[in-house]
Structures are given as structure tokens and as C-alpha cells.
Write a protein that binds this ligand. Structure first.
Ligand code: ATP
Ligand code: MG
Length: 558
């Protein structure tokens, strides 16, 4: 196998396991709970799990950890699969569901009961809390801990049969109520929940806890390296306890890594759901959301997201990553690959008075300055054009390098023009600028030596197309909207979306395929909306502006 040098501790650890013969084949899994759309943090976990399997020639399963029926749904199951595939990964075999192992989990629960390792407990939630003790004080045994095996088997069967009310009984492991690790103080294995399940319908009224399910799911699937985030570190002894006490078909091991947190956003499904439910955003895939579907609709690309996940690395500590680093990765990739195009966001008419009314010239412009392979496109050049209102002033000082009355500017991919006149409405607003073309300046400097200082974008008023352009910005104004006691809803950016209804785009853009991305010169990177863009009604979303604000190690990236 041709393997690049290890760049994270898990790669090193797995290489050692293979070398020492502790594992024959690397099997990982990505185990989302289908209770929301995946976010950028999940992208890190996906890249890690699928990436490790790829690197070592192993396999990675996609497994829905669907043990909480009330919050889960088919919509989430489908979106998660689409997101993983969009990122460029394919899971081994069929999609797996924890719920398809429910009977096996139940059999193993009975096994623990028979071996005196589990019991049915009738304490209320409140009483159980009192018995649990604290970090500094041991817990107390439940009065139900001494139930006989026969009684426990009978009660467990009757829990399963639906004889008892929710909350009235649980099945607990019998481990140690004085264990310093609170997770070992007789943790709950099963709860009664009379809820229909999206996969198993009404078959079950008891559901296993994460702790009782997860390691056993791994063991059933032959997972060798079960990788999760650091908050599960204290659960590892319990993970191992189940594996030791059950006749499982394989012995998976759990490893933890630091979760990804990004500034200026939230990465918790619960909070993202709140943004959706309260209508702050337009669904889980709103381009302002840090969800994979949102980033996709925003015009972020799988390659750029994977590069970002590589850049942030994998460590054993939690940290906050600057969102500017993600933006940098996107910009870098787009700069390399996005075809260039012309778009005017704030149109002002420019009339070239020396041209005939029906003047129409087809110019050819390269799609990308450094990528001949991307070909070229046709730009119709006519007597009436639109330029951006910000690119014209009646008077300006030398720092202003755009069009000024009596002065010259170059029209991108076309010729040099000189402004001669302005037309104003009754209120004194400029409604048109008149100009003349300077002879022989297509691709050439003016013969009289008076070179324009700036270049501006333009679109033919006759051949160009009107478009809706959505300008997205960060969703939160605060760097850490949900840190500590911060109520993240208080820090919503009121300008996170500005819709421009009458932008003008060069005609070739109307034929863009949904999800095709471009650099609109001097404006930023944009993408044809995945759902709403049509040739008749073009709709583009701003992916990211041109200016890079990421400061890598103090260097100026701009
Ligand atoms: P949330 O806290 O947003 O609900 P979760 O951890 O409950 O996320 P799961 O569906 O259980 O979401 O996560 C699936 C996998 O993704 C888990 O292995 C989890 O460790 C990983 N994961 C979730 N959030 C992050 C993150 N921010 N960074 C890295 N990995 C993450
Ligand atoms: Mg979870």
C-alpha cells in the first residue's frame, strides 16, 4: 500500500495495529442519529472515518444510530445519505440501522440479567438521581438491586410486552454504585417509550440507551476502530464493560478526538433545529446554515470542505476554528476552478453614443485567466450597457480608479470608453451616463497614450439578463454566539441576507446548470441556486466575497 506520512494520531495508531497484527482489516463507521441535518462538525467526522478506511484499504459503514424514535425521521435519513455521497464518500454495503439489531440487544439484555449483571429498577427519575451520589460522594444501591434473576427476566419481558407505563421501570446494569466514574453507577440499558419508530413501527415499546447500543452495534458490524468525540471518553470504561460481559462476535475499541467548533456559528443540531423551527432561516439547507446541505446550496464544494477538514487536523483536544479558515479553503478552490463572468449588482445605464442603435459585436472572453481548458464564452457588446452605479462618479480624486465624467475606464474584456455626459431625473439622480468608445482599444492601449487606470465590469442592456442575486453573510454577529450563558438567538445578524432583484448578468450565465459556480469579477464567488435557478429566471447565491480575511500565522493572505 502506498501511504502518505501520518498526519494525525489515529493514522499512527491504526498503522501500529495493522503492523502488530492486532487487526487484519480496518473497519470504521459514521454513526449519525437521524434527528437533524448534518453540519460542518459531522463533515469532520465523515472525512475522518471514511478517510481512514480509504487510507488503509478498509471499509466504513454508514449506520443510523436510531434509538430515539421521537426525534427521528425519514427526511433526516435521506438527507444524511445525500450529504455523505455529495462529500464524495460511499459506505460499505447497505445502509445500516441500529434498530435492525433491536432483537439482538434484547437477547443480550436477557443474557446480562441471567448472569446477575442487570436488574429492573422501579425508582422514579428523581429517586434515581438521589441514589446516584455526586463526583465526590458514592451512590447508594437501589432497593431493587437484589431482585432475583427470575423476577428480573419476568419484569423485563413484561416491560417489552407494554404492561408498564413510561417512566415506571428501567433496566439497569449492575456494576458499582461507588465507582468514581459516574457512568459505571448502574447505568440504564432500557427505557419504556411507547413511541412509534420510523423503521420498526410499533414492534418495540422499550428502547436501548446510547451506551447499551453503541458498542454492540460496532461489535455486530465488526468495526475495529470506533471513533467518537471527546465527551464520550468517560463512557469508554462502560463501552468496554459491555464488550467484556456479552458474547459479542468481535471486539471493537473506542477512540476519541476533539470535536470541531467554528466561530460565528453554532454546531448543535438542537440549536440548528431551533433556527429552522422559528423561521429564522429558510429550512435546514438555507445557505446561511453550517449544515452540509446549506453549504452546498451556498456554493461550497466537496473538494474545498475536504481540504478544510484536512487543514484543521485531528487532535485530542477541543478547540474553536476560525470560520475565516473555512472561507479561505472555499475561496482557494473556487479561485482555481470557477469560470469568470460579468454581473452588475447595482445597474446604471451606460450609452455609447458613437455606436449605432443596432450595434452588436460578439466578443470572446476566456472563462478563466489561468485555465485554458475551461474554454471561452461569447460576450455581446451593444450600444447600451449596464455598469455598476458605484463605478461612476461625476467628480473624484485620483484614488478613484473607475469611470469619472470626462475620464476613461476600460470595460472588462472589451474596449476603453470615455464619459462625456450624464442624464439626471427631476430629483437630480443620475439615470444614464453617456460615453464614447476609444478607437482600436479592444485588447490594446489607446493610441494617444492616455491609459485608463481602472477596469470595470459591464453587461449588455439588450442581450444581458436580469437576475436575482442573494448576498449572504454570516448568520451571527458574535464570535461565540452560544458560549457560556449567551442566548445565541440574541446575536442574529440582521444583514445576513440581502436580495438584489434586478442584477444584470452576461447572457451565457442564464444557461448555467443549477449548482454551477462562477466568479463574478470584482464581486465574489456565486452559484446558480440548486432549486430556483432557471434560464428564464436566473437566481444566484453569493458563496463568498473575494477578500480573504484569514490570517495564517500572522501572514497577510489578502
Ligand atoms: P449534535 O451535538 O449536533 O446533536 P451529535 O454528536 O449528537 O451532534 P450524531 O448524529 O450523534 O450527532 O453524530 C454523528 C457522529 O458525528 C458522531 O460520531 C459524532 O461524534 C460526530 N460529530 C458530531 N458533531 C461533531 C463535531 N462538531 N465535530 C466532530 N464530530 C462530530
Ligand atoms: Mg448524538
Amino acid at each position: 500500500m502506498d501511504i502518505k506520512p501520518a498526519n494525525n494520531f489515529l493514522q499512527t495508531l491504526i498503522a501500529d495495529d495493522l503492523a502488530a497484527g492486532r487487526v487484519q482489516e480496518v473497519v470504521t463507521r459514521f454513526p449519525p442519529e437521524p434527528n437533524g441535518y448534518l453540519h460542518v462538525g459531522h463533515a469532520k467526522s465523515i472525512c475522518l472515518n471514511f478517510g481512514l478506511a480509504e487510507r488503509f484499504g478498509g471499509r466504513c459503514n454508514l449506520r443510523f444510530d436510531d434509538t430515539n424514535p421521537e426525534k427521528e425521521s425519514q427526511e433526516f435519513i435521506e438527507s444524511i445519505q445525500a450529504d455523505v455521497r455529495w462529500l464524495g464518500y460511499e459506505w460499505a454495503g447497505e445502509v445500516r440501522y441500529a434498530s435492525s439489531y433491536f432483537q439482538q440487544f434484547y437477547d443480550w439484555a436477557q443474557h446480562l440479567v441471567r448472569n446477575g449483571c442487570a436488574y429492573v429498577c422501579d425508582l422514579t427519575a428523581e429517586q434515581a438521581r438521589e441514589h446516584r451520589g455526586t463526583l465526590t460522594e458514592p451512590g447508594r444501591n437501589s432497593p431493587f438491586r437484589a431482585r432475583s434473576v427470575e423476577e428480573n427476566l419476568d419484569l423485563l419481558a413484561r416491560m417489552k410486552a407494554g404492561e408498564f407505563a413510561e417512566g415506571s421501570k428501567v433496566l439497569r446494569a449492575k456494576i458499582d454504585m461507588a465507582a468514581p466514574n459516574m457512568n459505571l453507577r448502574d447505568p440504564i440499558l432500557y427505557r419504556i417509550r411507547k413511541a412509534a419508530h420510523h423503521q420498526t413501527g410499533s414492534d418495540w415499546v422499550i428502547y436501548p440507551t446510547y451506551d447499551f447500543a453503541h458498542g454492540q452495534e460496532d461489535a455486530i458490524e465488526g468495526v475495529t476502530h470506533s471513533i467518537c468525540t471527546l465527551e464520550f471518553e468517560d463512557h469508554r470504561p462502560l463501552y468496554d464493560w459491555f464488550i467484556e460481559h456479552l458474547p459479542v462476535p468481535s471486539r471493537p475499541r473506542q477512540y476519541e478526538f476533539g470535536r470541531l467548533n467554528l466561530n460565528y456559528t453554532v454546531t448543535s443540531k438542537r440549536k440548528l433545529k431551533q433556527l429552522v423551527d422559528e423561521g429564522v432561516v429558510d429550512g435546514w439547507d438555507d445557505p446561511r446554515m453550517p449544515t452540509i446541505a446549506g453549504m452546498r446550496r451556498r456554493g461550497f464544494t466537496p473538494a474545498a470542505i475536504r481540504t478544510f477538514c484536512d487543514m484543521i487536523g485531528v487532535t485530542r483536544s477541543d478547540g474553536v476554528v476560525d470560520v475565516a479558515m473555512l472561507e479561505h479553503a472555499i475561496r482557494d478552490e473556487r479561485n482555481e476552478n470557477a469560470p469568470r463572468a460579468l454581473c452588475v449588482l447595482n445597474p446604471l445605464k451606460l450609452v455609447l453614443t458613437d455606436l449605432a442603435a443596432d450595434h452588436r459585436q460578439l466578443l470572446s472572453a476566456p472563462a478563466h485567466p489561468g485555465r485554458e481548458d475551461l474554454g471561452s464564452r461569447e460576450l455581446p457588446f451593444t450600444r447600451e450597457l449596464y455598469i455598476d452605479a458605484d463605478d461612476f462618479r461625476e467628480e473624484a480624486n485620483k484614488k478613484y480608479k473607475r469611470l469619472v465624467l470626462g475620464k476613461r475606464v476600460r470595460l472588462r474584456n472589451a474596449c476603453v470608453v470615455e464619459a462625456t455626459d450624464v442624464v439626471k431625473d427631476a430629483a437630480g439622480n443620475i439615470t444614464e451616463v453617456h460615453a464614447v468608445t476609444i478607437a482600436d482599444t479592444f485588447g490594446e492601449d489607446p493610441a494617444d497614450g492616455i491609459k485608463p487606470k481602472g477596469v470595470i465590469q459591464w453587461v449588455s442592456a439588450r442581450a444581458g439578463r436580469r437576475a436575482t442575486v442573494r448576498l449572504y453573510d454570516r448568520l451571527f454577529t458574535h464570535e461565540a454566539p452560544d458560549r457560556g450563558d449567551n442566548a445565541f438567538m440574541d446575536f442574529l445578524n440582521p444583514d445576513s441576507l440581502r436580495v438584489v432583484e434586478n442584477a444584470w448578468i452576461e447572457p451565457s450565465l442564464a444557461d448555467a446548470a443549477p449548482e454551477q459556480g462562477f466568479q463574478f469579477e470584482r464581486e465574489g464567488y456565486f452559484v446558480a441556486d440548486r432549486y430556483q435557478h432557471t434560464p428564464e429566471q436566473p437566481v444566484f447565491n453569493r458563496t463568498i466575497g473575494l477578500r480573504d480575511t484569514w490570517n495564517a500565522g500572522g501572514g497577510d493572505q489578502a
